[in-house]
Design a protein. Sequence first.
Length: 136
Amino acid sequence: MRLSNMADYAVVTMSAAARHCGTARVSASDLAVETGIALPTTQKLVSILSKAGLLRSARGAGGGLRLARPAAAISLADIIEAVEGPIAMATCVDGGNHSCAMEGNCRVQPHWGMVNNAVRGALADVPLSMMAAGQP
């Protein structure tokens, strides 16, 4: 499994925003410069992350972006799901998708939910504050 570029960039962007916690708000332009991610991509990510309730923006003097909640309360799972939707290791995990040719004859399908929960749980256990710190 590999994250999409957008999910990866979302983690990088949120990590940069987290490093500004407690200081003045930061702009999308500042985040783009700080991360090296193109401004249009950063602006798109800011929009997605704001709609997901992970970033808050304010207009006018003193405006800009800030985390919607403390970095320790935002997980990698939150960020990845904001960009990619629910984490699903196989198409049959969500229950509504019936596009698998193996459906009906698959002996592992009943186990994908457990695997999916383990992966999501592992991502949920990594707080943004740890990613922003820069130290493993």
